[in-house]
Design a protein around this ligand. Structure first.
Ligand code: ATP
Length: 352
């Protein structure tokens, strides 16, 4: 059984599209990263999966419970740990009091262990907490009943780099214990460290759904070559070569040697190694590096404003796995919204 399964999940806020036609599943024991730019629909998805708001169309199950079956969902949520994007607590009580309250409500089987890792000042009132302290308290509350599934909205947000790393390490160790994670993030590097698979949402649509290693592989390598002599961009006119830049004034770069001019070329390469290496051997290579494309570049390819780049990615194999970026719902927001189920938004009750 999948830990999370969505089928055409759609949420409109009146005429405003939150997400549309999301279909994906998260396997038990998987760490799934949900990425997307601001306003893409990550929080909408998470809040809908948590049952805080009803889908407009489509369906989903969480730990086997149908979102529309409130009783089943309530039972399933006892096995879910939830970390909201902006933890909102009763500011007038101490962290310890909140811990006791949540423990009484849902159980506490491991807060001592968690507090060794994430240590908010429990005896102070929450209103005195820093952002990071609030986040640590929220993390302890999310994990203390030892849930099977963790749904987290930007979990490292507010944490210092050391605590961020500790949380990622903790997620990895929890996965070893069989736990499932679904979390949103803007930070590809952290997603990369812990996730098995990612979904990328943009403008409310799932535009990519792939395991993280394939995603990065498909996103290409950055090649930098320093070549003896005066070499033009045409030298690397190969399939898969993009964004060629030539060092210096575009002709040659002889800064290192007065007698032997050289050309510095850099480009992104998405092809196979062999044709590239064959071409490289045609020249006198003074220096060559081939490395993973910078994470930011990978990110921008999916996030960026250039629709051609995005379509290129989808056509390169994602469209059959993800709900299409240009899917049938695009532009049809008004129709879908007008057919909405009655909104049944429930407050984020304290039993969640
Ligand atoms: N309660 C709401 N009422 C109306 N529109 C909303 C509501 N919540 C979200 N939206 C809209 O839904 C879309 C998706 O927003 P959402 O908060 O899910 O994005 P996000 O990916 O979580 O963004 P961020 O990374 O900035 O947190 C946006 O256009 C947003 O303005």
């Amino acid at each position: 059984m999948a830990a999370i399964e969505t089928d055409g999940l759609t949420k409109y806020y009146g005429d405003v599209r939150g997400v549309e036609d999301l279909s994906f599943s998260v396997a038990e024991g998987e760490v799934f990263g949900f990425l997307g730019p601001n306003g893409a629909g990550k929080t909408t998805t998470i809040r809908t999966l948590m049952g805080f708001q009803s889908p407009t169309e489509g369906s989903a199950t969480v730990l086997g419970a149908d979102l529309l079956d409130r009783g089943a969902l309530r039972a399933a949520r006892a096995r879910v740990g939830y970390l909201p994007s902006e933890p909102a607590f009763d500011e007038g009580v101490s962290g310890r009091r909140l811990l006791e309250y949540h423990g009484a409500l849902r159980g506490d089987v491991r807060s001592d262990e968690l507090l060794d890792l994430f240590d908010p000042p429990l005896d102070r009132k929450v209103r005195e907490y820093s952002r990071g302290n609030k986040q640590m308290l929220a993390i302890v509350l999310a994990f203390m009943h030892d849930p099977d599934l963790l749904i987290m909205d930007e979990p490292t947000s507010g944490l210092d780099p050391l605590k961020q790393e500790e949380l990622l390490e903790f997620i990895r160790s929890e996965q070893q214990r069989g736990k499932t994670f679904f979390f949103s993030s803007h930070i590809l590097s952290e997603v990369r460290k812990v996730c098995d698979r990612v979904g990328i949402v943009r403008d409310g649509h799932l535009v990519e759904l792939e395991d993280i290693e394939s995603l990065i592989d498909r996103s290409g390598k950055t090649v930098r070559a320093r070549i003896a002599g005066d070499v033009g961009a045409a030298a690397f006119d190969l399939d898969g070569v993009h964004d060629v830049e030539i060092g210096g004034d575009g002709v040659s770069d002889d800064a290192d040697s007065a007698t032997a001019p050289a050309t510095t070329l850099s480009f992104t390469y998405t092809g196979a190694y062999e044709p590239l290496l064959e071409r490289v051997l045609d020249y006198e290579i003074l220096d060559l590096t081939i490395e993973e494309a910078p994470l930011e570049d990978v990110f921008m390819r999916f996030y960026g404003e250039d629709p051609a780049a995005r379509v290129d990615q989808v056509e390169n194999g994602a469209s059959d796995r993800a709900s299409g970026a240009d899917g049938p719902g695009a532009g049809g927001g008004g129709d879908r919204a007008s057919g909405a189920h009655a909104e049944r938004e429930s407050a984020e009750s304290s039993d969640v």
